[in-house]
Structure formats: structure tokens, C-alpha cells
Design a protein around this ligand. Structure first.
Ligand SMILES: [Fe+2]
Length: 308
């Protein structure tokens, strides 16, 4: 009887140790900030390369000094354009901290849209719910975050607010036509405000959204946008090594939870009825579930080059 009990105790202790080890790993991975570099052949022949820094899902809190320091270092990349696909905040005091961390990046041309975690404070939830299919619940009953301050500050530094609107920028001689929507995860996207053929005279047509819902991607493709940038998925956040993401927290399939793909997924680069889709795995997590597994937090330097 005693040996049965000690075997059970050993098994329980081994299980607890394995659990503690996995938790320690997941906590460390959530802080393993990584720069990913991707080349996208999307510009007209003869165009100069354009370096676009894609930031997403920072979920920044004032105590995340390591993340802030890493963010400050991104200015050294000297990008031509910054695209911020939302979920910047996770604390009511984060706006000045974020602005300080972005630093000289705010002097670069930039565009942005917001996600639910710019509008509403994070709340404590069962993290396992993240792995389950979307149940349609939207958490808009928590306190509001200071998104108006953030909007004002970013726009004041010259970044273009693409909330349910279209805009144009010229960056290093490349004319870019943008369309952006407010957060589709909250149902705030107003596609009727941005629909219509993208400017055919632009060198590049780019759609921007926080959450890559299929209705938004389909609309951008139908209107002729060449590239679409989004975040929201956290790359799955908890992935299985060798298998990948289990969820995207939206209706995009897990195979496209992060990285560069086509939309529609099966289309080829030469297909005029398709676009490049870049989904950022983002740099953060909810402050109540600061873990990542096989899915490092990331910013991406997209080098846009001429089509072959
Ligand atoms: Fe997020």
C-alpha cells in the first residue's frame, strides 16, 4: 500500500514539476521579443525598395520596461513607414509610456487602426477560452482605455488614422493608397465607408485592419488592394510545436494565424484577384495571461520590393 502511495506521490510531483517547467518556459517566451524580416514582391517594376515596420498587439502596461526598451531599439531600423494594427494598450496609464517607447518612430510616416484593446480595459478571463471557438462574446463592459488621447497623439505626430476611411501617402516617391477599418472583432468595421475600387494610379494599394476577418479581407481583395496588414491573432499565442496555431480568435483559419500568405489562401502572386496578407503575431498578450508557447512575440520589418 505504501509503495502504491509513494508511486502516486512521485507521479504527482513529476506532473507538478513538468507543469512548473512549462509555465516558466511560456512566461519566458512571452518576453522573447523577436524581429522578423519578410520580403514582399508587391511594388511595380522599377520601384525602390520600401521598408515597412509592422507593429501590432503591444498590449503595453507601464511595468513592461523590458518590452519598452526593445521597442525603443526598433527606431534603429530606420523604416520608411510604420503600420500599427492596434491593441496598443492594456492599462489606463500606457499612452505616455507607449509614445516614449515609439520615440523617433513617430517622426516616420505612419498609419494606424485600433483594436478592442485600445478601447477597453482587459479583464480577467479563463485563458483556456482563448483556445476555444469564438463564442461571439465581446467584452465592452469593462472600463474604457484612453484611446482618444492615443488617437490625438498619434495623429498629432502625423500618423494617419485609417479608422473606417481611405487615405493616400507618398513615401520615398512610392504613392500608396490605403483603406482601413475599425476593429472587425468588435463589429466596428464600416466596410461601406471604404468600399470601391482602390486607386489604380497608386503604386501600391494597402488595406489595414486589426482583426483579419474574412469579410474584410474579401472586401479589400475585391476592391483591388495589393497587400493587407492585420494583427489580433497573436499568432495563436499557444501553439503546438510542429503543428502550429490552434486558433486565430476570428474566422481566419489557423494556418494563416501569422506571417505572409495570400488571400484567398490558394491564390498565386500573379493572380489579379488576390492580395498579399501579412498577419503579425504581435508583441503582447493580455496582462492576465502573459504566456506564449511556440509563438514568439514579434514585430516585422517588411521589405516591399518590385514584382519580378
Ligand atoms: Fe491583441
Amino acid at each position: 500500500m505504501a509503495s502504491v502511495r509513494s508511486a502516486a506521490l512521485r507521479t504527482a510531483a513529476a506532473g507538478a514539476l513538468a507543469g512548473a517547467g512549462l509555465t516558466a518556459y511560456a512566461l519566458a517566451e512571452a518576453r522573447a521579443y523577436t524581429l522578423r524580416r519578410v520580403t514582399v514582391p508587391v511594388l511595380p517594376p522599377g520601384s525602390p525598395d520600401l521598408r515597412v515596420l509592422h507593429l501590432s498587439d503591444l498590449h503595453l502596461t507601464p511595468d513592461q520596461t523590458r518590452k519598452q526598451k526593445w521597442l525603443r531599439g526598433l527606431a534603429g531600423l530606420d523604416p520608411d513607414l510604420v503600420v500599427d494594427t492596434g491593441d496598443n494598450l492594456a492599462h489606463h496609464a500606457s499612452v505616455p509610456v507607449l509614445l516614449d517607447a515609439l520615440g523617433p518612430l513617430l517622426d516616420k510616416p505612419g498609419v494606424f487602426v485600433f483594436g478592442s484593446n485600445d478601447y477597453f480595459s482587459p479583464t480577467l478571463r479563463n485563458p483556456l477560452r482563448y483556445l476555444l471557438p469564438d463564442d461571439g462574446t465581446r467584452h465592452t463592459d469593462s472600463g474604457q482605455l484612453p484611446w482618444r488621447d492615443l488617437q490625438q497623439e498619434l495623429a498629432g505626430r502625423g500618423w494617419v488614422d485609417l479608422t473606417n476611411t481611405r487615405a493616400a501617402l507618398e513615401v520615398r516617391g512610392v504613392r500608396i493608397a490605403f483603406a482601413g477599418v475599425d476593429d472587425p472583432h468588435l463589429g466596428y468595421d464600416r466596410l461601406e465607408e471604404v468600399r470601391g475600387p482602390a486607386d489604380p494610379s497608386a503604386d501600391l494599394r494597402m488595406g489595414v485592419a486589426h482583426a483579419p476577418y474574412l469579410r474584410v479581407l474579401d472586401r479589400f481583395v475585391a476592391d483591388g488592394y495589393d497587400a493587407i496588414l492585420a494583427g489580433h491573432t497573436h499568432g495563436g499565442q499557444v501553439c503546438l510545436p510542429g503543428i502550429g496555431a490552434l486558433t486565430t480568435n476570428c474566422d481566419l483559419e489557423p494556418d494563416r494565424a501569422r506571417g505572409l500568405h495570400r488571400h484567398p489562401a490558394a491564390s498565386s502572386p500573379g493572380d489579379p484577384h488576390s492580395a498579399w496578407l501579412h498577419v503579425s503575431a504581435g508583441l503582447g498578450t493580455s496582462p492576465y495571461a502573459r504566456i506564449r508557447v511556440a509563438c514568439r512575440p514579434e514585430a516585422t520589418l517588411l521589405t516591399l520590393v518590385a514584382r519580378p
